[in-house]
Write a protein that binds this ligand. Structure first.
Ligand code: SF4
Ligand code: FES
Length: 259
């Protein structure tokens, strides 16, 4: 099949970018989207041109490294699919596609289709963990977890940190990501002691990174390859209200700094 690609090319964060057109006359419908870009890059290298930079790692939909916009849709047209799992059979012969990087101030562009998502790492570092007291590892089943809580935690833990939710949101908000990362820990008994501190710290970091506010438009959930629902944002907001208005005893050294 014949596909026309318009790829956003930009040498670096401070260079000017533009769409560059590439005709791809022999695309196999069985190729993944990234394989199609690999072949484009091989051809560009043969011609002595600079290949297109794009982020990827597992190519199995689990690591969250890949992602860009295809015709204005984060990860492309297939619902619940990362761009590495998207196949060319999802397009028609003669289609013209526009590929652009995630566009958000908090995700500065590195090159072409690749952005820096370090802001997500800093949100995780601010509270997306459970502090482990010293001592031997506890038995796996020592703490019974109700089935509903376990399922809510596992559904949230499906977030791969790809950033599509931010790219799709008109406010460039990272509330779906932040709520999923806080929500999986906050659903488990082990996450309760630090629950409100976690929510406060992660939201503070979210705002420091200049992600926008959530106005519940829902584009985030619509493009999320893992189908994370906006319910987790509601859970995060409820916890934030509790953290803000429910008086908690001041933190002491005896708390181990965990709040
Ligand atoms: S919530 Fe969904 S879209 Fe956002 S980072 Fe996680 S997996 Fe990606
Ligand atoms: S490369 Fe790992 S999710 Fe796409």
């Amino acid at each position: 099949m014949r596909i026309t690609l318009n790829v956003w090319r930009q040498k670096g964060p401070n260079s000017e970018g533009k769409f560059v057109k590439y005709e791809r006359p022999e695309v196999s419908p069985d190729m993944s989207f990234l394989e199609m870009l690999d072949v484009l890059n091989e051809d560009l290298i043969k011609k002595g041109e600079v290949p297109v930079t794009f982020d990827h790692d597992c190519r199995e939909g689990i690591c969250g490294a890949c992602g860009f916009m295809i015709n204005g849709i984060a990860h492309g047209p297939d619902k619940g699919t990362t761009v590495c799992q998207l196949h060319m059979r999802s397009f028609k012969d003669g289609d013209e596609l526009f590929l652009e990087p995630w566009r958000a101030k908090a995700f500065p562009l590195i090159k072409d289709l690749m952005v820096d998502r370090g802001a997500f790492d800093r949100i995780i570092a601010s509270g997306g963990f459970i502090s482990v007291p010293t001592g031997s590892t506890v038995d796996g089943n020592a703490i019974a977890v109700p089935k509903g809580d376990q399922e809510r935690a596992m559904d949230a833990a499906a977030c791969i940190g790809c950033g599509a939710c931010v790219a799709a949101c008109p406010n460039a908000s990272a509330m779906l990501f932040t709520s999923a990362k806080a929500g999986h820990l906050n659903s488990l008994p082990q996450g309760q002691p630090e629950r409100l501190t976690r929510v406060e710290n992660m939201l503070l970091q979210h705002d420091k990174e200049i992600f926008g506010s959530c106005t519940l438009i829902g584009e985030c959930s619509a493009v999320c390859p893992k189908g994370i629902p906006v319910d987790y944002i509601a859970m995060l907001n409820r916890d934030f209200i509790k953290a803000t208005f429910v008086k908690r005893p001041p933190r002491t050294d005896a708390d181990g700094g965990t709040g």
